[in-house]
Design a protein around this ligand. Structure first.
Ligand SMILES: Cc1ncc(C[n+]2csc(CCOP(=O)(O)OP(=O)(O)O)c2C)c(N)n1
Ligand SMILES: [Mg+2]
Length: 502
């Protein structure tokens, strides 16, 4: 919930959890926040310092548990140290690359006198400029490119640099791909140079980049992959410019021709300055690229529309109903896993601030994040998209939304199982027909409407295509002053994911 609140407000959010069991429970949320670079302060109670050596109930090595995931961890032993550590924790969480910081506070420190002068100061500004000679080198490479391509990560939206990215794409006449598993919108999905999101598999990335001779990746790791695939993600001979705020990422997986460490907004502005006005070659290229992208979008849309038929409510029909019911200003928080896959092709066009997605991979992020986002943006309608499996990991957030009367529309794609795992096993084994144990949620069948109702939300269920449009309008109407849910009984399988192991 704090994660969604921080993402939707653009500010630090604070979550407080109960001693060692609380941090154990919070680790998946800390993992999600770390992967999406969400600024969180997680405070956790700790046993009385003097008891810790005796391994008491509820206390222990809280920092050791959080250290591999959190950006930093603190456990002050005095009131003065507490004041210092709170300030340091907030600064670290908010300094790009942002992330969760854990502050464990022993009970005796909590009960001691309040630290003096603990007011937080303004966070450190993200003003880091990339080195000017590197900017010049990157500009030369991009200028001489026959066919440049841009790949934009979540860091672009984090740095409020989306329009600068659009200017660079126009300046170069280059298509813009989104990084795999992006959580944010790096360029409006209906921008004529937006080429769509890369898939998190090396061979699919390579195929997308193959026509190009220079790739400029900004605000992202190059690349965070989901699974094995044959060959490397970068085509042979392509030259890479990698711009990132985190120096650890530059050259970690692929050595760039030019590495730029700095704030993505400043990097883009410096590059645009170094490049100067657009030349005729870029303008020509831009026309060709726009045509190619428009044609590719038409093809993707046709392919998605072809999946709307068939018995029951296929996953694409769920996505299509969402695409039709969501307005340009509504915020979509997407953990629909397989059932949301066709959304982009079905023109649910999104611009920055209207879409958040699951990047951390610890299930159960979506519903709580949507509740937090709705609290942070009281004037904006929020729709949470969920699979039935993931819903079970975070359903208690619905009770909080009911209690706080948080307006929220929850659309659950109920395929009665963990479809992504079946599709992934099909990818690994090549077998579509195998029945894998433990992937179905239908024996006994879960009473999802009952479960939702028990948490204080209104709920309807829909199981035929013809009723979808009205059901989604009704969902928005029911969600005006509290949480409302629609359970969509989705049928049929989704395409395989991934490849067999070598
Ligand atoms: C905490 C956690 N446990 C297990 C997983 C593995 N996992 C990823 S997706 C998924 C199934 C999701 O099911 P559902 O939300 O119904 O979406 P569907 O795949 O059916 O579209 C599972 C179990 C995970 N990502 N996180
Ligand atoms: Mg499911």
């Amino acid at each position: 919930m704090a994660d969604g609140y921080a993402q939707a407000s653009g500010q630090l959010a604070v979550a407080n959890v109960h001693v060692q069991p609380g941090i154990a429970n919070a680790l998946s949320g800390i993992l999600n926040a770390a992967r999406t670079r969400v600024p969180l302060l997680v405070t956790v109670g700790q046993q009385v310092s003097g008891l810790l050596a005796t391994e008491p109930f509820l206390g222990g090595d809280v920092l050791g548990m959080a250290r591999p995931l959190a950006k930093a961890v603190f456990e002050p032993t005095t009131g003065e140290a507490l004041g210092h550590d709170v300030r340091a924790a907030i600064d670290i969480a908010l300094t790009p690359p942002r992330g969760p910081v854990v502050l464990s506070i022993p009970l005796d420190v909590q009960a001691g006198s309040a630290p003096a002068g603990a007011d937080a100061r303004d966070p450190l500004p993200a003003t880091r400029e990339p080195a000017p000679d590197r900017v010049q080198a990157a500009a030369r490479l991009l200028e001489q490119a026959r066919s440049p391509v841009l790949i934009a990560g979540d860091g672009v939206a984090d740095a409020h640099a989306v329009s600068a990215l659009g200017h660079l794409a126009e300046r170069l006449g280059a298509p813009v791909f989104g990084e795999p598993m992006a959580a944010r919108v790096a360029l409006a999905w209906n921008h004529p140079l937006w080429a769509g999101q890369l898939q998190p598999f090396g061979d699919e990335i390579r195929r997308a980049l193959e026509p190009h001779d220079v790739a400029f990746a900004i605000g992202m790791p190059v690349f965070r992959l989901f699974g094995h695939s044959p060959g490397a993600p970068l085509p042979e001979g392509i030259r890479l410019v990698h711009a990132e705020v985190d120096p650890h990422e530059v050259g970690k997986n692929h050595r760039p021709q030019v590495g730029l460490v700095g704030d993505p907004g400043r990097t883009l502005r410096s590059l645009l300055e170094a490049l100067g006005p657009r030349d005729a070659a870029s303008a020509d290229r831009s026309r060709v690229v726009r045509r190619q992208i428009a044609e590719r979008r038409r093809r993707a849309r046709r392919a998605a529309v072809a999946q709307l038929g068939g018995p029951g409510i296929p996953p694409a029909a769920f996505a299509s109903a969402v695409a039709s019911s969501v307005g340009p200003n509504d915020l979509v928080v997407d953990e629909a896993v397989t059932s949301g896959r066709a959304l982009r092709a079905l023109i649910c066009s999104r611009r920055p601030g209207t879409w958040l997605a699951h990047r951390g991979s610890a299930l159960g992020w979506g519903l709580p994040a949507a509740v937090g986002a709705a609290m942070a943006r009281p004037g904006q309608r929020v729709m949470s998209l969920h699979g039935d499996g993931g819903l079970l990991f975070g359903i208690s957030a619905l009770w909080t939304a009911a209690r706080e009367r948080t307006p929220l529309a929850l659309a659950v794609a109920d395929n009665r199982g963990y479809e992504i795992l079946r599709a992934g096993l099909e990818g690994l084994t090549g077998s579509a027909e195998a029945e894998w144990p433990g992937l179905r949620l239908d024996e006994p069948e879960l009473d999802l409407p009952g479960l939702i109702r028990a948490h204080g939300a209104t709920v309807e269920q829909v199981d035929h295509k013809g009723a979808l449009g009205d059901a989604f309008s009704d969902l928005w109407e029911r969600s005006v002053d509290g949480p409302a849910a629609l359970v969509v009984r989705v049928s049929g399988r989704t395409p395989r994911v991934g490849h067999p192991l070598p």
